[in-house]
Design a protein around this ligand. Structure first.
Ligand code: GLU
Length: 311
């Protein structure tokens, strides 16, 4: 459980985050969901996506099942500002990943308003796709060869890089080489966690299910840094600019993909086509500007789609 914070500003912020969202249970150290971030953009400020008419993809078992059911079930994150966040009052999800999920549903012929979102933590993504709990996953999910043995990836649709979040009053951490003997927090089952473990073994690594719990731990001086993708950390820093800052340069490449069941190559290629089309017609950029762009980073050029062959 969490100890008494040493800094009043951190206490006030933490209390505001927790009380404001009515989630006093499951705070730092309990391994449950952390403090949810503030509200995302209002629905009327978001782009809408043309739903493909008479679209069919009978070669995809996932699409066939979803079509019969009438909607897609999509795995996402709920505590990553500007990327995937759930408003606890309304249950509405918003963010760039959520927009990508909506675009895909529309391109595959199912109205995005019908999507059922399920919050799935980093460590549980592969299992959720393997056991059919979700049809696809959009949530800061790095494409890599190890994961490709377990799931398929459409994309990439965005390029992130691992970085570090520290408290504003921290002056000694500028990069991963400064982590010796310091407590650094990341999410179990994530690539940033693996990288610190493998490449910076003198850091004291702490793992929780979610990054928002790590941020709570940072604000209450339980850890000295949080590490994950810059896109995620910039969001937390933007929500608490007086308390937190992102330091140093990104020290990895994290290409974000849409996770699909491994054998469903038809679905993967259809989503690759859809991503390309949405980049070309401006939907990708509009979605970025209405979500991740609000954290202050202008729209980058999206990375090229990697249509790797079926294996
Ligand atoms: N992109 C990294 C990963 O897929 C970190 C973010 C996350 O855990 O979702 O592991």
């Amino acid at each position: 459980m969490f100890r008494t914070p040493r800094v009043p500003a951190a206490t006030a912020l933490l209390t505001a985050l927790l009380v404001g969202f009515g989630v006093v249970a499951g705070v730092a150290g309990c391994g449950k969901a952390g403090s949810p971030p503030g509200k995302g953009p209002a629905a009327d400020e978001l782009p809408t996506y043309q739903v493909a008419r008479d679209f069919r993809l009978p070669a995809s078992p996932t699409w066939t099942r979803a079509k019969k059911r009438g909607y897609f079930v999509v795995g996402v994150k709920e505590d990553q500002p500007y990327l995937g966040q759930r408003d606890p009052a309304t249950g509405v999800y918003s963010g760039f990943d959520i927009e990508i999920a909506r675009m895909m549903s529309a391109s595959l012929g199912l109205d995005p308003r019908t999507i059922r979102f399920r919050t799935i933590a980093s460590a549980n993504r592969e299992t959720a796709l393997q056991n059919g709990q979700i049809d696809y996953y959009v949530g800061t999910y790095t494409i890599n060869d190890n994961r490709k043995k377990l799931v398929g990836f459409a994309g990439p649709y965005y390029m992130a890089g691992q970085s570090l979040l520290v408290r504003r009053d921290e002056n000694d951490i500028h990069g991963p080489e400064d982590l010796t003997g310091r407590r650094v927090c990341s999410a179990a089952g994530s690539t940033p966690y693996q990288r610190i473990k493998a490449d910076y073994p003198t850091a004291v690594l702490v793992a929780y299910d979610t990054y928002s719990v790590c941020v709570d731990n940072l604000l209450t001086y339980q850890v000295d840094a949080v590490t994950t993708d810059d896109a995620i950390l910039i969001g937390y820093a933007a929500k608490a600019p007086d308390e937190l800052k992102v330091v140093g340069r990104p020290f990895s490449k994290e290409p974000y993909g849409i996770g699909v069941p491994r054998g469903d190559t038809a679905l993967r290629f259809a989503m690759d086509d859809a991503l390309e089309a949405r980049q070309k017609n401006g939907d990708w950029k509009r979605a970025y500007e209405a979500t991740l762009g609000l954290s202050g980073v202008p729209a980058p050029q999206p990375p090229p789609i990697d249509r790797y062959p079926a294996s």
